[in-house]
Design a binder for this molecule. Structure first.
Ligand code: HSE
Length: 308
């Protein structure tokens, strides 16, 4: 029998913003900045990171994307066939926009695709959530939209919400990196019952408000006591934005993931000039530089494309 080489395919995984204020490790949304893999089956494995954002990442099997492909193969109980794997990304690294989740999810989906799709979506989500330790970036990266998710020893469970109509996002991405490890190390090991109740009630209200399009509730529902105040010393200007964004056209503001990016919700039908001026002003006041981007919420999740 003549062997036919499997055709090349691409996998595109989006950025994400986790927590959304009180939904620490459990709520997140997907954003249209992408990590893209081009996978071409061939006789030997080659790992090829491309572009300035990935300069300095390993160009061999130690690469995180390749390790994620191996994870998928391990879960499926198979060996991974050799391939050329080109990696490109628009997701800035170590800024709280889920760059590692996009790489992990893209790698797991690519590994699964290369093996003929032995894993279900639920298995891939559980694998990614266990690897990250929390599901709030990997779930939106995999399924898109806004996601409420839990991870425990029984598995990873999630509900995906379509974004409410006209809910837009503005992100302030400062020009400095903050490692998730460092931003988790500053958090307390224990919280009081009052703080636990505050977190539960606000995260639940936020999820319900997003599900029903109750934009009027966002400023109140996005209050957090679990992580943002502890992280504020690592993110100059964060407190100013959390206090002032709603006075400058935002519907609510939160630290994006572990930071340093800050996310603002806004009505996508309204002008963003006032909000941009406010965010740039905060950066300037703290002697920092950065980018401000208006983005929709990405709904497509991770996509595999073959041919054409
Ligand atoms: N929920 C996580 C955190 C997201 O805030 O630490 C970053 O991986």
């Amino acid at each position: 029998m003549r062997e036919v080489a499997s055709p090349a395919f691409t996998v595109r995984a989006p950025a994400s913003s986790a927590n959304l204020g009180p939904g620490f490790d459990s709520l997140g949304l997907s954003l249209p900045l992408f990590t893209t893999l081009t996978v071409t089956p061939q006789a030997v494995t080659e790992v090829v990171p491309l572009g300035p954002e990935l300069a300095g990442t390993p160009a061999d099997e130690r690469n995180y994307v390749y390790q994620a492909m191996l994870l998928a193969a391990g879960r499926a109980g198979c060996g991974l066939p050799p391939a050329r794997i080109e990696i490109q990304t628009e997701v800035p690294l170590a800024r709280g926009l889920g760059s590692s989740a996009a790489a992990l999810v893209a790698g797991i989906v690519a590994g699964n695709e290369l093996l003929g799709r032995p894993l279900s979506g639920a298995e891939m989500l559980d694998l990614a959530a266990r690897e990250e330790g929390h599901p709030d970036n990997v779930a939106p990266a995999l399924v898109g939209g806004i996601v409420v998710a839990t991870l425990d020893k029984l598995g990873t469970h999630h509900v995906r919400l379509d974004p409410p109509p006209h809910l837009g996002v503005t992100v302030l991405i400062p020009d400095f990196e903050l490692s998730t490890t460092k931003a988790r190390a500053v958090l307390p090991g224990e919280y009081s019952r009052a703080d636990a109740v505050h977190a539960l009630s606000h995260a639940a209200l936020l999820a319900a408000a997003l599900a029903q399009g109750r934009m009027d509730l966002l400023p109140h529902a996005m209050q957090d006591r679990l992580h943002q105040s502890w992280r504020a010393p690592l993110v100059p200007g964060l407190s100013d934005i959390l206090e002032g964004a709603t006075g400058h056209g935002a519907l609510g503001a939160a630290l994006s993931g572990a930071g340093p990016t800050v996310l603002c919700f806004r009505d996508a039908r309204e002008e963003t000039g006032r909000l941009h001026a406010f965010l740039h002003g905060v950066l300037e006041e703290h002697g920092l530089t950065g980018r401000v981007l208006d983005l929709p919420i990405e709904t497509g999740g991770t996509v595999v494309q073959r041919g054409g």
